[in-house]
Design a protein around this ligand. Sequence first.
Ligand SMILES: Nc1nc2c([nH]c(=O)n2[C@H]2C[C@H](O)[C@@H](COP(=O)(O)OP(=O)(O)OP(=O)(O)O)O2)c(=O)[nH]1
Length: 141
Amino acid sequence: MMPGREGLVAINVVVGAAIISGGRLLAAQRAEPPELAGGWEFPGGKVDPGESDEDALVRECHEELGVKIALDVRIGADWPLSLGGVLRVWTAGITAGEPRALEHLALRWLGPDELYDVEWLPGDLPVVEGIRPHLLGGAGG
Ligand SMILES: Nc1nc2c([nH]c(=O)n2[C@H]2C[C@H](O)[C@@H](COP(=O)(O)OP(=O)(O)OP(=O)(O)O)O2)c(=O)[nH]1
C-alpha cells in the first residue's frame, strides 16, 4: 500500500435516476438478488472504476430501460445504504425512447399522491420526499 493511504477506504457508489415525465416519477421493481427482489428503486446501479457518476447513470438507464436520459438536479448528497456504500440520486428527463422493464420486474409511473404506493428499498425512502417538489414544473414535468 502507498504511504499515507492506509486510512482510505473505497466507497461503493450507487447512482439512481429519478426520471420524471408529465409530473410523475418512474419507479422500477427489482428482479434480483432474491433478498431485494420485489422492492422498488430508482433505475441505476454501481459506478464502474474510472467512470463518472453521471456517465454511469446514463449508461445504466440505457441498459435497464432502453432510454436516453438527461440529468437535471442532484437530490441531497450521499444517502447511506444499509448494505454499505452510498446512493446518489439525480432527477432526469427522457430525451429518447419509451422505458421498458428490460432488467426489472415492472415499472410504474407515480403521481404526487402515489409516491408511497410501492414498497421502496429502505435506503430510497428518505430520498423520495426530496423528489416531490420536482414533480410539478420539474424536469419533463
Ligand atoms: N439501482 C439502484 N440500486 C439501489 C437503489 N437503492 C438501493 O439500496 N440500491 C442497492 C441495491 C444494490 O445492492 C445496489 C445496486 O446494485 P445493482 O445490482 O443495481 O448494480 P449494477 O446494476 O451495477 O449490477 P451489478 O454489476 O452489481 O450486477 O444498490 C436504487 O434506488 N437504485
